[in-house]
Design a protein around this ligand. Structure first.
Ligand code: ADP
Ligand code: MG
Length: 325
């Protein structure tokens, strides 16, 4: 069982940032209004994600760290409203680290916690905590030294963690996020709200307050596929594509087709080595897109890639032209 979980971990948990992604998604699935991420040693020594969400009832703590136990499965695989649904993350992480979950539901008298250390599970113990859940992951990959050797160093892992939090935070403007290292808070994103203004305010928190003034709004529909967001004016470009954020039905994705469509849209106004800064939200019938190609869930497969590409290229070019750019 530990072996199977470690193999699954190899698929889903590539690096500390993957742990952060899974734990933050769980917090959001639990309806959190506040998510706090604390790390040390680029996440290899410590990752702690705390939320004020629904909590886990004490009798279910043991289930939460069992393989393929999820409280989120629906009959329709396309109707995945929540971010997680495989019931794989916690047991996988617990098989390669020392993991403790402490949780308390709204009507429980007290909190409880359980630990899993390189795959071996403790009994449930009473604990002290407010409503919500806190998951602490220490010594990531101590149980798989070969994986540990592949880590790029503290700085690079910390940067990747920051990037994951930013990507998710843009999709959840009504949630407050904080990210802190061992001795200071590195990111603080107060809650805004889920209106166009609130979403743009969150984007500005993440991308910098100059971004709104240096971008134009995108809002287009083609054959039932909707595209909205903001893209930079040509003078506000970057040397790398790190500041390109894309969402499909509210989920952060990293997709080659979307990236290439953006490149195509700017081909005439940006030199080849410059990149636009973009935040794009695609909304389409969930039956026409597969967002679960890989367990790490960042790739997408569109049923009609040409339609999506055409929509992105067309909408951006049109908006740039309209703005006289
Ligand atoms: P999944 O998210 O795919 O269901 P996970 O292994 O990530 O699988 O989590 C297992 C289960 O543990 C979840 O289905 C949920 O019931 C519970 N859980 C995990 N994290 C939290 C959290 N932060 N708040 C409430 N419940 C949680
Ligand atoms: Mg999950």
């Amino acid at each position: 069982e530990t072996m199977i979980n470690q193999i699954a971990a190899g698929e889903v948990i590539e690096r500390p940032a993957s742990v952060v992604k899974e734990l933050v998604e769980n917090a959001l699935d639990a309806g959190a209004g506040r998510v706090e991420v604390a790390t040390a040693g680029g996440g290899l020594n410590l990752i702690r994600v705390s939320d004020d969400g629904s909590g886990i009832p004490q009798p279910e703590l043991e289930l939460a760290i069992s393989r393929h136990c999820t409280s989120k499965l629906t009959d329709d695989i396309h109707d995945i409203r929540s971010l997680g649904f495989r019931g794989e993350a916690l047991p996988s992480i617990g098989s390669v680290s020392r993991l403790t979950i402490r949780s308390r539901t709204a009507n429980a008298d007290s909190a409880a916690e359980i630990s899993i250390d390189g795959g071996s599970v403790s009994s449930v113990r009473p604990a002290a905590a407010n409503r919500g859940t806190s998951v602490e992951v220490r010594d990531l990959f101590f149980a798989t030294p070969a994986r540990l050797k592949f880590m790029k160093g503290e700085r690079a892992e910390a940067t990747a963690i920051g990037d994951v939090v930013k990507r998710i935070a843009i999709a959840f403007p009504a949630v407050r996020f904080t990210l802190s290292g061992p001795d200071r808070t590195t990111m603080e994103l107060p809650a805004t709200d889920d209106t166009p203004e609130g979403r743009l305010a969150r984007v500005a928190q993440v991308m910098g307050k100059e971004f709104p003034q240096n971008s134009i709004a995108i809002d287009a529909v083609r054959e039932g596929v909707q595209l909205s967001g903001h893209v930079s004016i040509p003078s506000y470009s970057r040397a790398n594509a790190l500041q390109q954020y894309a969402y499909v039905n509210g989920r952060p994705v990293r997709d080659k087709l979307i990236a290439s469509a953006i490149r195509g849209a700017y081909a005439d106004v940006l030199p080849r080595d410059r990149h636009a800064v973009t935040v794009l939200f695609l909304t389409l019938d969930p039956a026409t897109v597969d967002v679960n190609v890989h367990p790490a869930k960042a790739d997408v497969r569109f049923r009609d890639p040409g339609l999506v590409r055409g929509l992105i290229v067309g909408a951006i070019r049109e908006a740039l032209a309209k703005a006289g750019l």
